[in-house]
Ligand binder design. Structure first.
Ligand code: DX5
Ligand code: ZN
Length: 210
């Protein structure tokens, strides 16, 4: 089994001290920095834009895993690429031309991810799976940190790992939302690749073997 990566979400960081929060990620065994971008339209809240990504880029060499919870992601993807994103993930639900957006991200020299909300089945994204570098399974409804994991999402992780192995696809399987010491074992048992954690990582509660 490959090493499972930890991607702490700075949605739960101290926004007045982002450099301290980045240090906390390094010290806490984080492998990626997960950056939750919200637009007040696809989800109710508004969070981080490319200027903030650019400002924190010099603070670490860790890959930036940018999760776009926004409408019309194609309009702003170049700005996130320029700001220093490594993985750029958009949602399946509010985009029509998925292949075009994946191509756009690749043409900017970045890794492309697709994300699904809890009510979207894996079968919906079947056609795009050969082309993506990451599949982000939301295990809460996107929009806020600190929510409770929806257990039915765990089967989707297993399904995505099987599809990947059967077809020799090349994507990472990642889970996002409601990960804590109680839910972590069931998620790790699926043999996924990346675990995103916001509130439990930044509260110092998450027990993660570095
Ligand atoms: C939710 C975000 C998540 C969130 C995870 O919309 O995509 O990344 O920050 O936070 P926790 O781990 O607190 O559920
Ligand atoms: Zn996220």
């Amino acid at each position: 089994m490959e090493k499972i990566l930890l991607a702490p979400s700075i949605l739960s960081a101290d926004f007045a001290n982002l450099s301290t929060s980045i240090d906390k990620i390094k010290r806490g065994g984080g492998n990626w920095v997960h950056i939750d971008v919200m637009d007040g339209s696809f989800v109710p809240d508004i969070t981080i834009g490319p200027l903030v990504v650019k400002a924190i880029r010099p603070l670490t060499d860790l890959p930036f895993d940018v999760h776009l919870m926004i409408d019309h992601p194609d309009r702003i993807i170049p700005r996130f690429a320029e700001a220093g994103a490594d993985y750029i993930t958009f949602h399946w639900e509010n985009v029509i031309h998925h292949h075009r957006v994946v191509q756009q991200i690749h043409s900017l020299g970045k890794k492309a991810g697709i994300s699904i909300v809890p009510s979207t089945p894996v079968s919906a994204i079947k056609e795009i799976l050969p082309y993506v570098d990451l599949v982000l399974v939301m295990s809460v409804n996107p929009g806020f940190g600190g929510q409770k994991l929806i257990p039915s999402c765990i089967n989707k992780l297993t399904e995505l790992v099987s599809i990947k192995n059967e077809n020799n696809y090349d994507y990472f399987v990642s889970v996002d939302g409601g990960i804590n010491n109680e839910t972590l074992p069931s998620v790790l048992a699926t043999d996924l690749d990346v675990v995103v954690s916001g509130s439990s990582f930044f509260s110092g509660n998450l027990k993660w073997e570095k």
